[in-house]
Design a protein around this ligand. Sequence first.
Ligand code: NAP
Length: 281
Amino acid sequence: MVALEYRDPELRGTDLAVIGAAGKTGTAVVAALEGQASVRRVVHTARRTDDRAVDLETGAGLSEALSGCRGVYFIAPNVHPDEPALLRRVLAAAVEEGVDHVVYHSVAWPYSPGMPHHLDKAGCEDMLHTFGGVRWTVLQPCAYAENFAAVLEGSVRTLEVPYDPDARFSFVALADVAAAAARVLGEGADVHHGATYELGGPELLSVRQLCRRARRSVMVSQVSVADWMERHGRGLTGDARARLAAMFDFYDRHGFVAGSAQLHALLGRPPARIGESAAVK
Ligand SMILES: NC(=O)c1ccc[n+]([C@@H]2O[C@H](COP(=O)([O-])OP(=O)(O)OC[C@H]3O[C@@H](n4cnc5c(N)ncnc54)[C@H](OP(=O)(O)O)[C@@H]3O)[C@@H](O)[C@H]2O)c1
């Protein structure tokens, strides 16, 4: 199928949909979109009367949720065993419903064979490029500072990580990622079709350095992946544990860094420095 480059503006829907709207990322994206346009919260478990419930595992509810939408922001569940299958269902429904623009929430360094859930996102990016019938944009955030919200808020005194606490990351404020997402979705495909934006924070920080910026002092230590899984991974499937273990091993050896220039451009200001008041809610 040949990509439909210019959908007649008269025939475009008007609403914007956020798939994964109730999750950590989706909540921030919906908040950033407030006041911009009519926004649909597309969720798995409806909590509000206007929520659109879908099942990404089967595609149930997707067409109804996307009907009349101009743009769709797709956030997949964390470390899903088959993210490309979910995206394929979203794209099929988007094309069927005449959606003009799909924005895919990927990750920095998607082509990382050492991290299977990143590799799945690389496959998703390729699917987006080649599916046809809908225009697209990719956002590639680095690790969110909010993964350490309890540390930065001062509500914990100790932190155990299953990788080198001195490994470096380009931690990015989730509110900045969400503001960039809202701009891309709001301005739409006429401005952003075909673009891939890497969204890193403004400096390299280790988890130990991040802990030094907490409101109360925090002792950080490294534990084995097995010990971490024993304490924090009991509710996870075997596949999710394996994907997380691969990610921790990768972080231990390479850290996780990404540039901030594209985020700066999308925000029209420097991205938040982590540990400053704007960085963490
Ligand atoms: N954390 C980071 O630093 C980071 C950085 C870059 C990229 N990412 C990516 O961001 C994405 C989202 O992460 P997150 O932590 O925000 O996720 P999350 O809080 O776990 O939210 C995921 C959402 O997926 C929904 N969901 C689960 N199963 C579903 C199904 N069968 N059908 C429809 N919806 C379903 C859930 O909806 P309900 O709540 O309604 O059940 C949930 O709210 C992941 O793909 C991750 O790789 C994360």
